[in-house]
Design a protein around this ligand. Structure first.
Ligand SMILES: [Zn+2]
Length: 449
């Protein structure tokens, strides 16, 4: 449901960013009901909850399955898009949690560091210090969202090196690469073993030895193409606040000198651009937002029955959208303004926590022959059909604002305290940059959740 709201809000506020999309065969996936709420017997849910408990990562176990609602969301298996399979080769699927792709502008923040170092990079120090993860991730979301292929390549490479909960890779629907918790071991060689047959194409298939590095580079290249794909539409680089904002995070270990050729920006219709646009729907920082939250809270103490009118717990329906649309541009001191700004912030928060599922379906031999793909002549990487979806669009609770403010303060002050102790040489090696990508077919699927 929030996805529907999300799309409507984005469409309303940024008309250049539509979320509904059309696949190459002309079907509008937005109109296909592939996710639905289903009713389940309570006893079944209770037993399921017990059964899956030991499968869940330790850091998720503080959250429990609601066994009393009797409802569940039925989703397609995005790791195994059966309808699109044209070969017996199992599809690959990559799940990425990209997190916050921009820095708040300095006028909104009290600590200058927040406009220089991104939230993800700051949070890493805190997570490692508190034992959530043993090793720091060198992934920086600003590199992934940059649209610069070298920076994106670097970012994806870092996700593979230390996936934490930001990357999972599936083959034929089975997870083959992830880190469940900090004690879970990773096996990059095993991943490469799985990936190798997909990339031994063309000349390599018969006689060439392909190094692990080449396999990994090709895989990253294919993934990057899917993330940047805009279905060949007139997307163009995002022309909004991108230009004005600082696009580098000071904590990123990507060597800035290597991308001085300039950044192309994200294609306006790509999945990353859509997520970023939604994240930037409200640029307000949590510090700036908190007084508005306080205003609503005080109002509700006096008029508790107005919770429903202000949609504090939803529902995210037509009336909710109308409330957002009616909001005055400037703060008129009203509770409506405050509530709307918090709702907008919570929508951006959802976009900061969502996951992207990229299913990579190998093309059939017949298609390859029909299309006369150039990889047969030795170029790389081989053709895949990619299907990109967005998941984890759970609405954030209205009352989470205070928690978010405290967390933000903790992360920032911890970062400021410990940053001087950071090792300078934490990057083991720089990745090799791949050749220019080929255009790939891509279907963007945005479904109501
Ligand atoms: Zn960063």
């Amino acid at each position: 449901m929030l996805a529907t709201v999300l799309s409507a809000v984005v469409t309303v506020q940024n008309p250049q960013v539509g979320i509904a999309d059309t696949s190459p065969d002309g079907i509008n996936p937005g109109s296909l009901l592939i996710q639905e709420v289903v009713k389940l017997p309570l006893e079944f849910v209770r037993q399921l909850s017990i059964k899956v408990q030991h499968e869940r990562p330790g850091w998720r176990c503080d959250k429990v399955i609601d066994i009393y609602s009797g409802c569940a969301l039925s989703l397609p298996n995005l790791t195994y898009p059966v309808l699109h399979l044209s070969t017996h080769t199992p599809p690959l699927c990559v799940e990425i949690k990209p997190k916050w792709g921009f820095l708040p502008s300095s006028k909104h923040v009290s600590k200058d560091i927040k406009s220089k170092v991104c939230r993800f990079c700051m949070y890493q120090l805190y997570k490692v210090a508190t034992g959530k993860w043993k090793k720091r991730s060198l992934y920086c979301p600003l590199d992934l969202f940059s649209g610069n292929k070298q920076r994106m390549h670097f970012a994806i490479r870092q996700l593979i090196e230390e996936p934490q909960n930001n990357l999972k890779i599936f083959k034929g629907g089975q997870c083959i690469y992830s880190r469940k918790d900090s004690d879970d071991s990773l096996d990059l060689n095993s991943l490469l073993h799985h990936l190798r047959p997909y990339f031994l194409q063309g000349n390599n298939r018969f006689n060439c030895h392909m190094t692990n590095k080449a396999v990994l580079n090709d895989f990253i290249q294919v993934l990057m193409n899917a993330l940047l794909s805009s279905e060949g539409r007139e997307g163009g680089p995002v022309n909004d606040r991108h230009a004005e904002r600082q696009s580098y995070c000071d904590a990123s270990l990507f060597n800035k000198e290597r991308s001085r050729q300039g950044s192309q920006g994200l294609p306006g219709d790509s999945v990353l651009s859509r997520i970023l646009q939604t994240q930037m729907l409200d640029m307000r920082d949590i510090e700036e937002l908190y007084p508005l939250y306080h205003r609503v809270e005080q109002h509700l103490q006096d008029f508790p029955k107005q919770r429903a009118r202000l949609h504090i717990e939803g529902p995210y329906n037509k009336e909710f959208l109308e409330m957002l649309q009616k909001c005055p541009a400037e703060d008129d001191g009203s509770v409506e303004y405050a509530a709307t700004k918090i709702h907008q912030y919570l929508i951006t928060k959802t976009a900061k926590d969502c996951s992207i599922m990229v299913a990579l379906v190998p093309s059939s031999d017949k298609e390859e022959e029909d299309e006369g793909y150039s990889w047969r002549r030795g170029s790389r990487p081989p053709p895949f059909t990619s299907l990109v979806s967005i998941l984890d669009l759970d609405p954030k609770p209205f009352d989470s604002i205070l928690y978010q403010l405290r967390l933000d303060q903790t992360i920032v002050s911890f970062y400021l305290q410990t940053r001087s102790a950071l090792p300078e040489d934490s990057v083991s090696s720089h990745p090799t940059i791949c050749a220019a990508p080929e255009k790939e077919e891509c279907t963007l699927l945005f479904h109501p959740v």
